[in-house]
Ligand binder design. Structure first.
Ligand SMILES: *[C@@H]1O[C@H](CO)[C@@H](O)[C@H](O)[C@H]1NC(C)=O
Ligand SMILES: *[C@@H]1O[C@H](CO)[C@@H](O)[C@H](O)[C@H]1NC(C)=O
Ligand SMILES: *[C@@H]1O[C@H](CO)[C@@H](O)[C@H](O)[C@H]1NC(C)=O
Ligand SMILES: *[C@@H]1O[C@H](CO)[C@@H](O)[C@H](O)[C@H]1NC(C)=O
Length: 471
């Protein structure tokens, strides 16, 4: 069932369409088709209603090249509570970047939609334009998975032209928790469908999981902080010299923090997990601000005027709250866009979700043909590359031995320029690998913002499954 209404403005053309789905009676899509950001490709944006009172907002772009055969990617920013439109789309790798203090956007020639059809989804409820009207909220990883799965089902049922394409799910920062949870949930539902097919429910063609400077296995990642912050050889921009008092303090806090996170892994209760968060965050995560550095990128100082170190993210808030922009994207006039919603953020921390071991959800996927890429910009202190590479080394699955004994190799672009390093298992000489770690040189927490050309090269090689070493 679908109702279409065309609404033309002086300079913005968009179509409003309302769609419901027989398998999910409570779900509905309200779509518009705008020409903002990238007028050269087909795009859709709007809401998926998950109930009469809860809606998720997304902005989708077809690939600039051969969209009929391009893979499909879902992108999720973290926070929790930070908008994928604000950061991923308008600041990192979308078809356009925010510009002119938020008055306009400029084309990004290294957009990931050069190679993929891409959905930027504001999840969970409360993030970006995604909202509830009855006060209900999502504050656990498990509930994120349920909502994102439902979104994908409705999306792929409606836009069935993308349902056979390989599906890649990517997330940054807290996305390192979301993505394994969502991907594993998709995997389990796919498995059930083999024995109990349900009309209208699709098998989602889960092809790979991509973790971008993610928080995924906190014990190993927090354990690495003193090493990253203090060892002048291990990290490219250590903020502290090893003899600093803070380094000794980090070293003293480290074993307690790790034990508390391991207790969270074991008992998985809010009480135990919250205790780990309450101890580890203040004792291990406050180094960069103390030395007046941007924790997301140690090459820079934090922009004091900005909400989260980058003034561009405040420009996004201005842009997305423009009445014309809201109208053409299908958002309600009275809705207020926040780049990061701190209430959502606090909810997840309060529920003890931060210290979960989301890496434990990955081996089952890896052993069943889902490829795994974790990448890390090397100047990020929040989710540093040492911790990410280490949990990748420790993770037990069918490729574990090969990955653990793999050596770091130079990653070069077509031009011959080396832009980082990679390690992989299952790659042979031709492939990107089944389990791969990539380090992006001179990139921060939002590495594609800092190294757009390298990031596009990486994502192209990954989805085309071609080697990082050749050019
Ligand atoms: C953005 O628009 C505002 C209001 O129209 C204007 O004052 C400001 O100068 C503009 N900024 C830029 C960089 O164009
Ligand atoms: C899923 O994607 C793969 C490529 O990764 C393709 O070969 C296959 O046909 C797709 N499967 C379905 C059920 O569409
Ligand atoms: C911190 O611990 C590491 C390894 O345990 C050690 O090499 C380093 O010297 C210690 N640093 C300080 C300042 O205590
Ligand atoms: C490893 O990845 C390749 C694609 O390069 C895929 O064909 C294969 O099934 C994967 N192997 C396993 C064991 O999952």
């Amino acid at each position: 069932m679908s109702r279409t209404k065309t609404d033309t403005d002086e300079n913005l053309l968009f179509i409003v369409e309302i769609v419901s789905h027989s398998s999910f009676p409570d779900y509905q899509l309200r779509l518009t088709q705008s020409s903002l950001c990238d007028a050269t490709v087909k795009q859709r944006s709007g809401f998926l209603d998950i109930s009469p009172s809860r809606s998720l907002f997304f902005w989708f772009f077809e690939s600039r090249n051969d969209p009929g055969n391009a893979p499909l990617m879902l992108w999720l920013n973290g926070g929790p509570g930070c908008s994928s439109i604000a950061s991923g789309l308008l600041f990192e790798h979308g078809p356009c970047f925010i510009a002119d203090e938020g008055n306009s956007t400029i084309r990004n020639s290294h957009s990931w939609n050069e190679v993929v059809n891409i959905i930027y989804l504001d999840s969970p409820i409360g993030t970006g334009f995604s909202h509830s009207t009855d006060g209900s909220k999502v504050d656990t990883l498990a509930d994120v998975a349920v909502d994102v799965y439902a979104f994908m089902q409705v999306f792929l049922n409606h836009f069935s032209e993308y349902s056979a394409a390989p599906f890649h799910i990517a997330g940054e920062s807290w996305g390192g928790h979301y993505v394994p949870t969502v991907a594993n949930y998709i995997f389990q539902r796919n498995k059930e469908l083999i024995y109990a097919p349900r009309r209208g429910i699709l098998k989602i063609n889960l092809s790979s999981v991509i973790l971008a400077n993610g928080l995924t296995e906190p014990a190993t990642q927090f354990d690495s902080i003193p090493h990253y912050a203090c060892d002048p050889v291990a990290a490219p921009y250590p903020p502290l010299s090893p003899d600093r008092l803070q380094c000794r303090q980090l070293n003293i806090s480290r074993p307690t923090c790790v034990r508390m996170i391991e207790a969270c892994y074991k008992y998985q209760t809010k009480l135990v997990c919250n205790a780990a968060t309450d101890f580890c965050w203040p004792s291990m995560m406050t180094v960069a601000p103390m030395v007046n550095k941007n924790p997301y990128d140690l090459r820079r100082s934090c922009d004091e005027d900005a909400t989260v170190c980058y003034i561009e993210l405040d420009w996004v808030t201005k842009y997305m709250n423009d009445p014309q922009v809201k109208k053409s994207l299908g958002a309600h006039e009275e809705q207020v866009f926040q780049t990061c919603n701190m209430d959502v953020n606090k909810g997840f921390y309060y529920q003890g979700q931060a210290m979960h071991n989301s890496a434990a959800l990955l081996p089952e996927l890896v052993n069943n043909g889902v490829r795994l890429l974790a990448y890390a910009g090397d100047t990020d202190m929040v989710c540093n590359f040492i911790g990410i590479e280490r949990w990748m080394e420790r993770l037990e699955h069918n490729f574990h031995k090969e990955f653990a004994s793999s050596r770091s190799q130079l990653w070069t672009m077509k031009s011959g320029r080396a832009v980082g390093e990679f390690r992989s298992a299952g790659a042979g000489h031709k492939h990107a690998g089944n389990v791969t770690f990539v380090k992006i040189w001179d990139g921060g927490h939002m590495a594609p913002h800092d190294q757009p050309e390298a990031a596009l090269d990486m994502i192209t090689k990954w989805v085309k499954d071609s080697t990082f070493s050749g050019h």
